[in-house]
Design a binder for this molecule. Sequence first.
Ligand SMILES: Cc1cc2nc3c(=O)[nH]c(=O)nc-3n(C[C@H](O)[C@H](O)[C@H](O)COP(=O)(O)O)c2cc1C
Length: 201
Amino acid sequence: MNRTIILALAVAALTACGQGTTKSKMENQTMREIEPTEIRENAIGLFDQEWALVTAGVPGDVNTMTISWGSLGELWNRPVVTVYVSSSRYTHAFMEKNGHFTVVFFPPECRDALQYLGSHSGRDGDKIQASGLTLEWLESGLPSFAEADMVIEARKIYGAPFDESGFGDVPEQFYARGRMGVHSVYVGEIEHVWVRGRKGE
Ligand SMILES: Cc1cc2nc3c(=O)[nH]c(=O)nc-3n(C[C@H](O)[C@H](O)[C@H](O)COP(=O)(O)O)c2cc1C
């Protein structure tokens, strides 16, 4: 099967989020800015159950991937979002070379698109287009998606690989066979939070 056919099949399979009711519903609701302290969702549930996209880059040179490891909190007297990106991901290079990143959450209808973006690499082609999601650029110049229901804009204030000498027994299980590469920790100072739909109520 050639790449065009694969792309067409992927888009067709994922229209429930990208081109169906979710998108039109979301397009009718403008994003509302809230303070980081007004985020009502449970942070563990947001990452573990809903998943998110972490995205970094500029027009023409951007990549995104699905994450379920992440945290929201406070560090150095700033509101922060922290993500953990393996050195094996194509996104890792984008996190390294860009000073900002976004963490974007979606309604449940977009689950298939997130699964797709978490199981395909931007190294192999335009996976954003294939996912059916619509990349858009915020006023700040940062990347987001038209189907999102919560967008966090973050300025990278720390980025470094985990120091393996600090691992206890739990992380060792993840890195024992070395398949994933060690994750880098990226702490972003939250500069803006935008919500709509369920998360904006
Ligand atoms: C539900 C889910 C959660 C994931 N969470 C993470 C994560 O927190 N950190 C990470 O490095 N990879 C995570 N991944 C794997 C990446 O999303 C995946 O390897 C992706 O294809 C990388 O894309 P890239 O090569 O374009 O960067 C997750 C994948 C899925 C499906």
